[in-house]
Design a protein around this ligand. Structure first.
Ligand code: UDP
Length: 194
């Protein structure tokens, strides 16, 4: 179920139902999807950039990340059930992936942050399969890099390149992959590295 807030269709579901009815079945069925985690800045930016708007509109799910969206929804008389933040969705997905044997690719953030996030994820979610990782200042748009990433066959692709850059990266590259939950997670790898 989605609810339009300021021109964008946001997922209007509890965390539990979004994970259990959408994300986990998608993982089991090896389907592909593009998830945007949006705060009010995202919404504003879609009005300034046609390209960004197109990228956000191509996503399968736009999640209300940030209290600003929740408040705007309330004010407009179409309240959303729950805030679905990138950090929380990532945490839940990694926990599930570690239990079920799905693999994760960590893309983005500074080199140190990226490595530390991977290290911490290994500790926090024992058994988690790391398909690969690369920081966000490397050459992550080259054919060679994309080919190596496709080869690593990840089930979950965390893309932490900041607003706009991460959505563009997913938009430009998702077609090369046959499966995967692609999610733009902003500063989540920085949070995980701490
Ligand atoms: N980032 C990156 N490559 C870039 C620019 C940013 O990997 O070329 C990373 C940055 O290191 C941080 C994350 O993207 O971990 C989010 O960056 P920022 O806080 O600037 O993004 P926003 O708040 O716009 O989502």
């Amino acid at each position: 179920v989605t609810t339009p807030i300021m021109g964008i269709d946001f997922v209007n579901a509890s965390m539990d139902s979004f994970l259990n009815r959408t994300i986990y079945p998608f993982l089991e069925e090896e389907r592909k999807c593009f998830i945007v985690t949006a705060n009010p800045e995202f919404v504003i930016r879609t009005r300034e950039s046609i390209e960004f708007k197109q990228h956000v509109e191509s996503a399968d799910y736009v999640l209300p990340d940030g209290i600003g969206i929740i408040n705007a929804a309330k004010i407009s008389g179409m309240p959303l059930k729950e805030r679905l933040s990138g950090v929380d969705v990532t945490h839940a997905m990694l926990e599930y992936a570690a239990q079920k044997g799905h693999s994760v690719f960590f893309l983005g953030a500074k080199k140190d942050s990226n490595q530390k996030a991977v290290e911490n994820a290994r500790k926090k979610f024992p058994g988690l399969i790391i398909a690969g990782y690369e920081h966000g200042y490397a050459d992550i748009t080259s054919e060679e890099f994309i080919a190596s990433m496709v080869n690593s066959n990840p089930d979950i692709i965390l893309v932490a390149l900041g607003m706009e850059r991460q959505e563009k990266w997913i938009y430009d590259n998702i077609d090369y992959f046959s499966k995967g939950i692609f999610i733009g997670v902003g500063g989540t790898l920085d949070v995980m590295s701490g």
